[in-house]
Design a protein around this ligand. Structure first.
Ligand code: GTP
Length: 262
């Protein structure tokens, strides 16, 4: 039979999800939870970009630790922990074409690529290597940022504000579809954060309990953040219990529609 256009095989791209968040927010635990959950109906691949992490519960397919020895980098360059993470990422970024080659070879058989990043987020986000890695991924694949937040630590409104300012700056820097995952909802529900994001007055009330300088600064900043919150896709999850997993998957699907629109 003559081949029709229906026979032409269009390679489908896996969705790449970059897990970004402060140290201890639960990125690695959430990675594990999502690997377990998504693997039931999707082909999942994992990349670890944290050179200093000790144990990871999920199976790692591509691991920065296989090519860069963080302890040796510290010794060899006489660096502290953050400098060594940055230098390790720089070294790895020079080989990132190899990572892309591996992904490209497997792309056809993959649905999701989950990427774990170092908790010292500034090291990832503000370094040239972080940018190179993000750009290289985003050019090749639909790439989404999942910003992980420790909900319990956001009880203090000023901590919440500074975490959201960080999230906002990452959104503007990467310009990628964005999901905020309020993690650890087994400890505390994220309902109060939804309220704060929906109602500027409620955040104002919470802030008024802070010292006057911080409160007035945060209040004026939260006004500026209204626009960011209005368009923000957020979900509550627990990496430990698995609560919110369905919402997380839905948010990913929604975020993917941004690629179709653009
Ligand atoms: P870094 O590697 O330092 O960047 O940390 P991370 O963001 O990868 O966090 P990690 O997954 O190591 O979790 C930090 C701590 O929070 C661990 O003790 C986890 O067990 C705990 N944790 C993570 N997710 C949850 C959660 O949903 N609920 C509870 N109660 N604890 C959690």
């Amino acid at each position: 039979a003559a081949s029709s256009s229906a026979d032409v095989k269009i390679p489908k791209s896996p969705v790449v999800i970059l897990m970004i968040g402060m140290a201890g927010s639960g990125k690695s635990t959430l990675m594990h939870r999502m690997v377990v959950r998504l693997s039931k109906h999707k082909k999942v691949y994992t990349v670890n970009l944290d050179p200093a992490v000790r144990n990871l519960a999920y199976p790692v397919n591509i691991d920065i630790r296989d090519s860069v020895n963080y302890k040796e980098v510290m010794k060899h360059f006489g660096l502290g922990p953050n400098g060594a993470i940055m230098t390790s990422l720089n070294l790895f970024a020079t080989k990132f074409d190899q990572v892309l080659n591996i992904l490209n070879k497997r792309a056809e058989n993959l649905d999701v690529v989950l990427i774990d990043t170092p908790g010292q987020i500034e090291v990832f986000n503000w370094s040239a290597s972080g940018q190179i890695i993000c750009d290289a991924l985003a050019v090749s694949y639909p790439t989404i940022v999942c910003y992980v937040v420790d909900t319990a630590r956001c009880v203090k409104p000023v901590t919440f504000m500074s975490n959201m300012l960080y999230a906002c700056s990452i959104l503007y820097k990467t310009k990628l579809p964005f999901i905020v995952s309020f993690n650890k909802i087994d400890v505390i529900s994220h309902d109060f954060l939804k309220e704060w994001m929906e109602d500027f007055e409620k955040l104002g009330d919470a802030l008024s309990r802070e010292t006057s300088y911080v409160a007035s600064l945060s209040k004026s900043m939260s006004l500026a953040m209204e626009e960011f919150y209005r368009n923000l896709r957020s979900v509550g999850v627990s990496a430990v219990t698995g609560a919110g997993g369905e919402d997380f998957e839905k948010a990913i699907q929604e975020a993917c529609t941004e690629f179709q629109e653009s």
